[in-house]
Design a protein around this ligand. Structure first.
Ligand SMILES: Cc1cc2nc3c(=O)[nH]c(=O)nc-3n(C[C@H](O)[C@H](O)[C@H](O)COP(=O)(O)OP(=O)(O)OC[C@H]3O[C@@H](n4cnc5c(N)ncnc54)[C@H](O)[C@@H]3O)c2cc1C
Length: 487
């Protein structure tokens, strides 16, 4: 009789996973000969077959490969708890995976990989919040909330990402004055590295709450999140303003975000048709009720683009504006399999204009790729409350900037020479950013040593290390980023 807890689907076979052998390998009933420990009873499934494990051996970057020994599709928080306990006793590394859309092996593990899609229930939609499993996509929450006239207040450009994944990364939105997604969380349920299930918030077990959000899975696995919801306007008006020169673009970007009259403003730098360079495109949005359309002349006063477009759509059209683009890339360019060595740095106000002004002229189709994108976000410091989201030290300005060069290769990999060249470029971009007070946003692919991580966390390093020792004493959780060296 096959128990649903430990069903193993092999290539054409089905086998039971019964435990973890003394040799350090997962054991199936057929192969079990020596002593082994029984796996706990589970509501979900552990997979040991090579095809499944291979499906989880890479992330969207497609240039780091690490096949997990086993994959858990959890059926409950208890499954995560039981398996983390099981792994902690044996010092087996554990990572949770959302959509696997970070790009440098951040969520890969040689041990047990937990697919958060097993926990993708929207448990509750309330008046001002929703309780969700970590595997829920932002788009799914949006579609569940909109019929109630509600929306998550902050969405990143692509709504097909997991809530647990972007809350573990940070989640920088187009909105300029409302922090990041990790700032808009009321409460978390976390399974710690010892297998304790903890509800935490700003008031309760705040040391865990603080280190779990934007925490790259270092102190716990998020198994539920209570996230903010706010009233949604039905319509959106998108303004795209084009510029040829750095100084005029920055003047207008600052003017618009300083005024705070738009609901969001960020820059995208599309390639020109012959791929020889990128141009500046300031993207802005205003949400509205049809009875009260925005006053374009007032919103755009004083701005001096070379060209502009204005389009209306629904709020949902705007919220999911990159989803159809990504689908097109998947269909036409095999996007999932392109190599994506992304660079992401956070810059202070005093350095950003010169930094961007130096990098933009170096970007062309070879540096970015046909499906690559370059973004610049401007975010007000006052609403950035999460200590694990590392931003430049105060420089007298209320603003910081996230600058992403999201390079894709021209064809599916592997291509070691391309990867090596791009990782060296990313390291150079990072070092130039750090030299002017910048930090790294860890969604991309920048070679980083434990010493780099210590510098990244700066004055918060000792707090993080204390939390790591307390909540993950065996050091099993999320080894991918390499923050803590394992003995
Ligand atoms: C097309 C596209 C557009 C993007 N645009 C933006 C943007 O505008 N702004 C922005 O900030 N980011 C953006 N990102 C980056 C995105 O925020 C990160 O790649 C994020 O990690 C993706 O979520 P995911 O579900 O794929 O997480 P994953 O990559 O699966 O996970 C990220 C990390 O978190 C860990 N993790 C995942 N779930 C949990 C959990 N429940 N508990 C503990 N740890 C967990 C993983 O182990 C991994 O280390 C974009 C990505 C793509 C592909």
């Amino acid at each position: 009789m096959i128990d649903r807890r430990t069903l193993l689907r092999g290539a054409g076979t089905t086998a039971l996973v019964v435990g973890f052998g003394t040799s350090g390998a997962w054991v199936t009933q057929a192969a079990a000969a020596g002593p082994f420990d029984e796996l706990p009873r589970l509501d979900g499934t552990v997979h040991l077959d090579i095809p499944t494990r291979d499906r989880y051996a890479q992330d969207l970057g497609r240039h780091v490969t690490q096949r997990p020994d086993a994959v858990l599709t959890p059926g409950s928080t208890r499954d995560v708890q039981e398996m983390v306990r099981f792994c902690a006793r044996r010092r087996i590394p554990v990572s949770m995976r959302g959509q696997g859309h970070s790009t440098f092996g951040t969520g890969l593990t040689p041990g047990l990989l937990i697919d958060s899609r097993g926990l993708s229930t929207i448990h509750r939609i309330g008046r001002d919040s929703a309780e969700v499993g970590p595997g829920v996509w932002w788009r799914e929450l949006l579609d569940a909330a909109l019929p109630h006239g509600l929306t998550p207040p902050l969405l990143v450009t692509f709504a097909g990402l997991s809530i647990g994944g972007t809350l573990s990364m940070g989640g920088v939105p187009a909105n300029n004055r409302e922090g990041i997604q990790a700032d808009r969380v009321k409460e978390l349920e976390v399974v710690t590295g010892e297998g304790e299930v903890v509800r935490c918030s700003r008031r309760r077990r705040s040391d865990l709450f603080d280190t779990a959000l934007a925490g790259l899975g270092q102190v716990g696995i998020i198994t539920k999140a209570v996230v903010d919801l706010v009233p949604a306007k039905p319509k959106s008006r998108t303004y795209i303003l084009f510029y040829n020169d750095n100084a005029t673009f920055f003047r207008d970007f600052r003017a618009v975000t300083d005024r705070g009259e738009m609901d969001g403003a960020y820059a995208l730098f599309p390639l020109v048709p012959d791929g020889s360079r990128v141009v500046y495109a300031l993207n802005m949005v205003k949400w509205f009720d049809p009875a009260e359309p925005p006053d374009d002349a007032a919103l755009l006063r004083g701005l001096t683009p070379t060209q502009q477009t204005i389009t209306d759509g629904s709020y949902r059209d705007w919220a999911c504006r990159y989803d159809s683009l990504v689908e097109g890339w998947q269909r036409d360019h095999d996007w999932d399999n392109l190599i994506k060595p992304w660079s992401d740095v956070i810059l202070p106000e005093e350095a950003v204009e010169q930094y961007v002004g130096e990098v933009i002229p170096t970007l062309n189709v070879d540096q970015v790729g046909v499906t690559g994108t370059v973004f610049l976000f401007r975010t007000h410091r006052s609403r950035l409350t999460r200590p694990m989201f590392r931003i430049p030290e105060p420089d007298g300005s209320p603003w910081v900037y996230l600058f992403d060069v999201l390079t894709s290769s021209g064809r599916p990999g592997p291509d070691p020479a391309f990867t090596e060249r791009m990782l060296a470029r990313n390291r150079d971009l990072f070092e130039r950013a750090r030299a002017v007070g910048g930090t790294r946003y860890p969604m991309g692919s920048t070679p980083f040593s434990p010493e780099d991580w210590r510098r990244q966390y700066g004055s918060y390093w000792s707090t993080l290390r204390r939390a790591k020792r307390k909540y993950d004493p065996e050091g099993i959780l999320t080894p991918g980023p390499g923050i803590f060296a394992r003995d």
